[in-house]
Design a protein around this ligand. Structure first.
Ligand SMILES: Cc1cc2nc3c(=O)[nH]c(=O)nc-3n(C[C@H](O)[C@H](O)[C@H](O)COP(=O)(O)OP(=O)(O)OC[C@H]3O[C@@H](n4cnc5c(N)ncnc54)[C@H](O)[C@@H]3O)c2cc1C
Length: 385
């Protein structure tokens, strides 16, 4: 029977990063990446807005981002790939006093962890980004180290660098159909093409995290939820590239894309499902909120839109690491809209668990599944869109 030291399920940005970090750390390791589709990066990754930021409200998310931002800054050199990290920043704005007061607490935490975040008065926002309506704003926060990039480029960068390192086999059109165990340990992975003996399975199945975990009799509470994005046609209404800008009062967000703007707004009433059909009706709701904050959008045309899936947990934090009751099974999902930005840190930490026995670079004990079983800290991430 075929044998692998580690089986990685899924080849989105998370599976590709996990494979890269395993191959980089341990040349002799036999790693199999099993992907049910015919190519890498066909799940939620290429549908992402590509945002990368450290402006979070939880220490663990900030630490995951700090590592990832440093990594993405050097990715093109280190992995010898084309990867353009556009560090035009992230700008959070609010017109509500209560939210502004909350921003202050967030900034203190972010700065204590090294995030170079600025607090901006409405006049400063107006001066730097005149396309934004700012007369109703109370406050903004900005970090110029944040920004955005192409998640497909990142995934292909990990994938191609891993192939050059060797030791990892990527197998496409190979769905995982079962996970076997004996005496509380993973023993085999079943696929459409046969059975593989392995002591480690890393669930990097994105929105299908829960489905794959259930094959091992585990319940990981992450639900797929549709999120839609639209791009405008290119226009001359705004000079230069803008930060990824989030209106925290409405949830509307935008950034530069292909000479125009990308526009997003989560529907809070969207039910969990695998539906990815573009929600045309929601565009009308979005446009109203978008034109309030970016009035020149009145002259823009929407070019196209698409729907994709977030994998959302009850506290909007990922489920990372070992799952009690089944040795050898690792969860790497439930990112709640932040999986692209957290891919480098997740890859590193999963490799540390496999090779060193525990994640050491960042303390991710608070991200264990045990927090939903009454054994941990349930402080939710608040800066979520
Ligand atoms: C509209 C939208 C905007 C977003 N914006 C951002 C953002 O700005 N920044 C950010 O960081 N994140 C963002 N995200 C989230 C981000 O896209 C995800 O967190 C990230 O792509 C997750 O990567 P992944 O590799 O876990 O999942 P995926 O890319 O979905 O990959 C999972 C893979 O697992 C495979 N798979 C599933 N089941 C099996 C099986 N049984 N056997 C074999 N293979 C299987 C699938 O085919 C898929 O290829 C956004 C998401 C959406 C939808």
């Amino acid at each position: 029977m075929e044998r692998a030291d580690v089986v990685v399920v899924g080849c989105g940005v998370i599976g590709a990063s996990v494979a890269y970090h395993l191959a980089k750390r341990e040349a002799g390791l036999k790693v199999l990446v099993l992907e049910r589709e015919k190519a890498p990066c066909t799940g939620s990754t290429p549908l992402s807005a590509g945002g990368i930021r450290a402006q979070f409200t939880t220490e663990v998310n900030i630490r995951l981002s700090n590592y990832a931002i440093d990594f993405y800054e050097r990715m093109s050199d280190e992995l010898e790939c084309h990867f353009d990290f556009e560090q035009h920043g992230y700008l959070f704005v609010t017109s509500e006093e209560e939210t502004a007061a909350r921003f202050a607490g967030n900034v203190e935490l972010q700065r204590s962890l090294g995030v170079p975040v600025e607090v901006l008065e409405p006049a400063q926002i107006a001066e730097r980004w005149p396309h934004l309506r700012s007369d109703d704003l109370v406050l903004g926060t900005f970090s110029g180290k944040d920004g955005y990039a192409d998640p497909y480029e990142a995934t292909m960068g990990f994938y191609q660098a891993t192939r050059r390192l060797g030791g990892v086999e990527f197998r496409f059109a190979t769905p995982v159909t079962g996970i076997e165990q004996s005496e509380g340990k993973v023993t085999h992975v079943l696929t459409s093409h046969g059975k593989i003996e392995t002591p480690w399975v890393i669930d990097c199945a994105g929105p299908w995290l829960r489905e794959v975990a259930s094959m091992a009799g585990l319940d990981l509470p992450a639900q797929p939820i549709r999120r839609c994005l639209w791009n405008t046609e290119p226009f001359e209404l705004i000079k230069g590239k803008i930060p990824l800008t989030i209106d925290m009062d409405t949830g509307f967000y935008t950034r530069s894309e292909s000479g125009g703007l990308m526009l997003g707004l989560a529907n809070p009433d969207e039910p969990p499902s695998f539906n990815t059909v573009l929600d045309d009706d929601w565009l009308e709701v979005l446009i109203e909120k978008a034109m309030h904050r970016v009035p020149c959008l009145e002259h823009a045309e929407v070019a196209r839109g698409w729907g994709g899936l977030y994998s959302v947990t009850p506290d909007h934090l990922p489920i990372l690491g070992r799952v009690p009751g089944l040795a050898g099974f690792l969860s790497a999902g439930g990112f709640s809209g932040h999986g692209f930005m957290h891919a480098p840190s997740t890859g590193l930490l999963m490799a540390e668990i496999v090779l060193d026995g525990e994640a050491t670079t960042i303390d991710i004990s608070s991200l264990s599944i045990e927090r939903f079983q009454g054994a941990g800290d349930l402080t939710a991430e608040v800066n979520v869109i």
